[in-house]
Design a protein around this ligand. Structure first.
Ligand SMILES: Nc1ncnc2c1ncn2[C@@H]1O[C@H](COP(=O)(O)OP(=O)(O)OP(=O)(O)O)[C@@H](O)[C@H]1O
Ligand SMILES: [Mg+2]
Length: 172
């Protein structure tokens, strides 16, 4: 039996992190944590005021997620975090070296369509533009997989499990 992985579910806003993350965790038999819940109060205040976070604001948030991932090392866990930039993922790996990423990847029109149907959230087109502009996909030296977000959430979670199982090394 392999050690259960510690997985960060990443991707742009609306790609399905909060939807797929718990399904993936259930399939792996590990707990799920919502990345948004790790923001310090100062970030929540900023976001509530409609002020975008800068990279300095993100450091304590990434460290808190990394801390959770570190605690789950050897036990397994799934946490959502957009982790759009390589530098954010480096920060997570610094705290939790064995972490693996599942990039929920999809084309813009599909994600835009899903966002349009989401209850209680409004996402301006410009925000999605900036998310795609910021996104730095996983690089060859980063442990992780990209999973296409077409199909049902259960189907996507199933493909993520299969892709993770095919990763080399003890981390997966
Ligand atoms: N595979 C899917 N099929 C259909 N609808 C989906 C699918 N995945 C997610 N959705 C819907 O798309 C919307 C966005 O999904 P979700 O909230 O999980 O994204 P997110 O990545 O967590 O976004 P955010 O970054 O804003 O937190 C939701 O309304 C969700 O129900
Ligand atoms: Mg979410």
């Amino acid at each position: 039996m392999r050690t259960p992985p510690v997985v960060v579910v990443m991707g742009v806003a609306g790609t399905g992190k909060t939807t797929i993350g718990p399904l993936l965790a259930a399939r792996l038999g590990v707990p799920y944590a919502e990345g948004d819940d790790f923001h310090p109060q100062a970030n929540i205040a900023k976001m509530s005021a409609g002020v975008p976070l800068d990279d300095d604001d993100r450091q304590p948030w990434l460290d808190a997620i990394g801390g959770w991932a570190h605690e789950r090392a050897g036990l397994g866990g799934v946490v959502s975090c957009s982790a759009l930039k390589r530098s954010y993922r480096d920060r997570l790996r610094a705290a939790a070296p064995g972490v693996v990423f599942v990039h929920l990847a999809g084309d813009r029109s599909l994600i835009e369509d899903r966002m349009a149907h989401r209850q209680g959230h409004f996402m301006p087109t410009a925000l999605l533009d900036s998310q795609f502009a910021t996104l730095q996909p996983l690089q060859a030296d980063e442990a992780g997989v990209a999973v296409d977000v077409c199909g049902s959430p259960e189907n996507i979670a199933g493909r993520a499990v299969t892709a993770l199982a095919a990763l080399p090394g003890p981390a997966a």
